[in-house]
Design a protein around this ligand. Structure first.
Ligand code: DLL
Length: 434
């Protein structure tokens, strides 16, 4: 078992909570003094920092939202003078203005440390060669993973995403032992390695994948293609970037680094805190970040927390794979559908279809339609038409029993769906255009 900071990672829960309480009080006070929006919301709620004694008072604090970042674009929520901000990142977002975040030198050190904890836990160290194939730039993926990899002393290859042939060549020539990128890009790289006939020349043993939802079946497909273990890493620009949480060797949920972030699960409709173990919207409070701290930030990610001590000995709470986002949820003919549910059905077909798919929603004569294009495997493609139709029918039936609605399923030629080098765009919702 490898730990970067054993004492912190295995701290008894009462000590974690005491530390969180102390840090929360500190954070609330400094934000009240330095962030006008936070002060306004506290005043409106009739609260002063003196009312907050510890995590037992967390639920009294006001929420913060993505819209706040847009309203105070670009730097209006920073809690330190700009001279102390040494890095910014931004997230494009599909709608509205970009959101901008800022980090002090200490914040960057904490970030690198959070990613490094995960990497160390997976047995990576200075003997490893890390290929970072998340996009570098305003997106937090590239530089975030990079900071952690340097922290553990690995030899870092700052590839960024794209140029897939060169990625494969580098992986072979440099002998990359770990890879950081999105799960959809990892799958694409696996396909490209097979096509180039170099799968057996890869030295990869570990992939650290995140930035988008992915299922257990997708994990298996990636592990088989790349011949390496695939671990889930989670994060969001507003809270840090990659490394808010990450899996350990047991792949049973991502440890949230609770000495820096307090997670809560709430009912997204009422805002009420839900009991331990319930599924709901994930909310984070950053208790050590200085440049751009947030209290009770509504992530819109839907997941569940597990407070049981993990087999690895870490006591920090585990978040289960996010099932999707409240704003990604499709409402099709009144039924709530998460793309991950569709993925689950598609990938339970013994390899007859590949994890490359697209979900297309439209509205015809005032009725929602759901079409799913999914690539069949080479083997099925070479089979007869009857076998292909049978697989299509099976998918339709399984989707109906899981979601309760009908869908049209189209098995398309292998390699006909555009591959993604970053976050995959799985859903095309044409209803927004009508
Ligand atoms: O995606 C940060 C990141 C980079 C995480 C690299 C992991 C690896 P944003 O672009 O701000 O930041 O997007 C954050 O992506 O709220 C989730 O909806 C989703 N997301 C991130 N990681 C995961 C994951 C980065 N492991 C948003 N599983 C988050 C599911 C994820 N969804």
């Amino acid at each position: 078992m490898a730990y970067l900071h054993k004492e912190i990672e295995t701290m008894p829960r009462d000590q974690i909570e005491a530390l969180q309480s102390e840090r929360l009080v500190w954070q609330v006070k400094r934000m009240y003094e330095n962030v006008s929006l936070f002060k306004e919301r506290m005043d409106k709620a009739g609260l002063t920092p003196a009312d907050i004694h510890g995590i037992e008072d967390l639920g009294r604090l006001p929420f913060s939202y993505k819209q706040d970042l847009r309203d105070y674009y670009p730097f209006g929520l920073f809690a330190v003078p700009m001279e102390e901000i040494v890095r910014t990142h931004a997230s494009s977002g599909t709608t509205g203005k970009r959101i901008v975040v800022g980090y002090t030198r200490d914040d960057l050190a904490i970030w690198a440390d959070c990613v490094a904890r995960m990497m160390t836990g997976l047995g990576l160290d200075s003997k490893d060669i890390g290929q970072i194939s998340y996009g570098y730039g305003l997106f937090t993926g590239g530089l975030g993973a990079h900071g952690g990899a340097e922290q553990i002393g690995a030899t870092v290859i700052p590839m960024s995403s794209g140029n897939t042939a060169l990625q494969i060549q580098t992986m072979v020539d440099f002998g990359s032992t770990f890879l950081c990128c999105t799960p959809s890009y990892a799958l694409y790289l696996g396909e490209a390695a097979a096509e180039a006939g170099v799968q057996d020349q890869l030295k990869l043993k570990t992939c650290i994948l995140g930035a988008e939802p992915w299922t257990e079946d997708m994990r298996q497909a990636i592990e088989a293609k790349l011949g390496a273990k695939a671990y889930d890493i989670y994060g969001l620009s507003e809270i840090l970037g990659p490394g808010v949480s990450g899996e350990c060797e047991y792949q049973c949920g991502m440890h949230v680094w609770e000495d820096h972030f307090i997670p809560e699960i709430i009912d997204p409709d009422t805002g009420e805190k839900l009991p331990a173990g319930a599924e709901g919207e994930l909310v984070f409070t950053t208790i050590t970040k200085q440049g751009f701290p947030l209290i009770r930030y509504r992530t819109r990610d839907i997941c569940r927390l597990d407070y049981e001590t993990c087999r690895c000995g870490r006591t920090h709470v585990r978040m289960m794979k996010p099932q999707g986002r409240t704003d990604d949820m499709l409402i099709i003919r009144g039924v709530n559908v998460f793309p991950s549910q569709i993925e689950e059905v598609l990938l339970k077909l013994d390899g007859k279809v590949t994890p490359n798919y697209q979900i297309i929603v439209d509205r015809v004569n005032n009725t929602d339609t759901l079409d799913i294009n999914v690539e069949m495997s080479e083997a099925l493609f070479e089979d007869d038409v009857k076998s292909i139709e049978k697989v299509e029918r099976t998918i339709v039936e399984r989707l109906r029993s899981m979601l309760g609605i009908g869908a049209k399923v189209h098995l398309v030629h292998p390699k006909s769906i555009t591959r993604s080098e970053g976050k995959a765009k799985r859903v095309i919702d044409n209803r927004k255009l009508h």
